[in-house]
Design a protein around this ligand. Sequence first.
Ligand code: ADP
Ligand code: MG
Length: 239
Amino acid sequence: MATSIQLEKIVKRFGSHEVVHGIDLAIDPGEFTVFVGPSGCGKSTLLRMIAGLEEISGGELRIDGERMNEVPASKRGIAMVFQSYALYPHMSVYKNLAFGLETAGYKKAEIKQRVQGAAEVLQIEPLLQRRPKQLSGGQRQRVAIGRAIVREPKIFLFDEPLSNLDAELRVQMRVEIARLHQTLGNTMIYVTHDQVEAMTMASKIVVLKEGRVMQAGRPLDLYNAPANQFVAGFIGSPK
Ligand code: ADP
Ligand code: MG
């Protein structure tokens, strides 16, 4: 049921400025892949191209083998979670979760079922009637993830979703997201500049630098056999 993603020689140019220089990558169904690298290396741009929020300048993106380059974002079966979880302040949590489905024309019963399902997975059932300002940072982040879940996407993309949270909460939410992946089994890509987050969460790590893949593989393999100084330094493996 889960979905594979293939990137073939993916290039991104903003005007004449090339920021992603031909990335090849295969993501297996159900994998939890982490893109990690310093600020400005192209993590968000890559994620946005996969989601269809940014045009692909060159190369091919395929989902389950099917070319996606020209497919609009809404037709890709992808949901994205950002760090700035802009919840609607005047709406209850229930409404925040339901709103996107209502505008998409889903029936009331279907919406209720999906919202209840997401609330159960995220353990926010007691919060459904609250307003966002009555929630903690971690609870708000859960609601933001809930908005992705109710859409029942094939693929989840996370762009540094925890970077606004304090250290303790970040650790807690890492565990939550790992649990979410175990529960749902979807293919997920998670972007972070935090090495610890990458090492602890990933089934596959992709280390990026200046728009290129430095190394991709299992966390322990990168740790034990870094391809170069950059990976070694970034992952923190002994030289
Ligand atoms: P990261 O998410 O890894 O921090 P980004 O993907 O945001 O990196 O950015 C990669 C590079 O592309 C950076 O040099 C950034 O300045 C550039 N960039 C990103 N978005 C735009 C844009 N809309 N216009 C021009 N340059 C951009
Ligand atoms: Mg970014």
